[in-house]
Design a protein. Sequence first.
Lengths: 152, 166
Amino acid sequence: MQVAARPVLGHCRTPWYVRGKSGVVIAVQGRFRDPERLAYHRPGLPAQALYKVRFQQREVWPTYRGANGDHIEVDIYEHWLEPDQIGAHMHEHDNDHDHDHDASTMTTPCASSAQKDHDAGPMGVYEVLEEALRSLLIEKGILTAEDHRRRR
Amino acid sequence: MDSRTPALGAKVVARAWADAAFKKHLLKDTRAALLDCGIDIGTIAEFATVENTPDVHNVIVCTLCSCYPKMLLGTPPAWYKSLAYRSRTVVDPRGVLSDFGLELPAQVQVRVHDSTADLRYLVLPMRPKATRGWSEEQLAAIVTRDCMIGTALPKVAPKARGARAA
C-alpha cells in the first residue's frame, strides 16, 4: 500500500514522513473514529479501519544510516491508504523479515483522487477553517457556544 | 486511572517472563490478558505489546505528540516528550539508542513504532539469562521504564547474580 501524499490543514494523525511512501500492511488494529473529524467535535463516523503499516527505513529515508533490515511501523487510517502505484518493489529486499509476503502492498493516495473516492473522507479546507475559526472565537470569548447555536 | 510509576508495567513484563501462557496472551490481545490479571486499561486507547527477540529490537516513539502507555508506565520522562527524541528516533534510531548507551549489532533489526494513532505500545524486553529461578518480584525489579520503551535492556547486576546463585 502507499500512503496518500495529500496536504492536510488541521488535525491529522498521519505523519508527513510516510506520506507518499510504500509499505506493507501487517495487521488490522480495529476500527476507530476518524481523528481528523473528532478533533473538530464531529462524531468521526463511520469508524475507519486502522492498519499497522511497516515501512523499510530506506524507503522512508533514502539517506538512512542504520542497517538494511531496519523498519518503522506506523498505524495508518484506511482513508490514507491506496493501492501501491509503483508496484511490488518493496519485496525485492532479501533480509530475514518475518512479515507475510501475501500481505498487500499499498501506497497512500495523491490529493484529489482520494477526496473524490471517499464521501466520508477528510474535511475540506474551508470546512476545517470554519471549524477552527469558530472554536477560536468561542475559546477567546468573542462568541459563546450558546450564541453560535442560536445563529446556526 | 493512569499510574504514576512504571511499576505496573514491570509487573506485567515479569509475569510474561515467568508464565509462557500469559506472555502468549499478552502478545495476542494485550487488553484481555491484562484484564485477566485484574488490570483494566480503560477505554482511552488500545494497547499492544511488541516483543524483543534475538533478531528484533523494538523502540516506541510518538512523533506527532507524546502518546505514552501511562496506564502501565506512569508519567512519561521529559525526554520522551522532547522534540529531539521524537524527531530523531524515526530518522536515526540507532544513534538515539547509542546515546542511551545501547549499541545493537547490525544483524539485530531495529523496529521503530510511531504510536500516533489509537494504540499505545509496550515493549516486552528479553529476559536476561542470568535470571533463572527468580521470582516475579525479583524479575520486576530489573524491568526499568526505559526497557519498556525500548531505549534500554534489563540488566542484572554482577552482585545480584552472585547472591542469587549462592
